[in-house]
Design a protein around this ligand. Sequence first.
Ligand code: NI
Length: 252
Amino acid sequence: MYFDTHTHLDDARFADDRAEVIQKVRDAGVTLAVNIGADMKSSETSVALAEQYDFIYASVGVHPEDVTHLTEADMDRLAELAQHKKVVAIGEIGLDYHYDDVPKELQKKWFLRQIQLAQKLELPYIVHDREAHGDVLEIIRESGYFRGVMHCYSGSAEMAQELLKLGFYISFAGPVTFKNGKKAQEVAKQIPIERILIETDSPYLTPEPYRGQRNDSSMVQFVARKIAELKGITAAEAAWITMENGKRFFNI
Ligand code: NI
């Protein structure tokens, strides 16, 4: 029984076989999943998917790469979508400094604004942080609202400790299984398992041994196995503990 806490099953890459993929996900023992909104459109489609499938919940929010044309009216729409009983978080939101196309100041503005939205709605939030660790931590502190998870964690062990002190959860995806995933593996070893979530971020970030293929939520088992190995527990224990952590974090 696995909880994939971050997946994009509404993605266009599943357009031709979504129903089959979701059946495969269920058959692989995934009993809970949160489908993540990343822009206004996918926030809508996440909620629609959650309506269609019992075991799928949704988050709504706008990823830093997509904030260029955001408006306050969009915030109102997200708040409206969040009233749905299967919407369990705001996200994914954050900062992405990998590409230069969205000005940093604009990203920061909408990151903070969406944390405030989460606070107002009394929901947790899901943070995307790519090459922006310092600024992400600064905005989280500035917000004063710490009910968050760092998705696909790529920061340092020191930053993880800071986040844990604030009350954050840390989530690991496919990269923790990679041969060059030593940094994330070290963090996973050091932090308490009670604060660890697992995810696929499918269709991206396919874990070993399937790296290179399209990812889907059934592959969350490989992330669970890696966490088990790093923690010296069984895969079943890792699956069970991360399931309980996810239910607590998302209040499911
Ligand atoms: Ni994602």
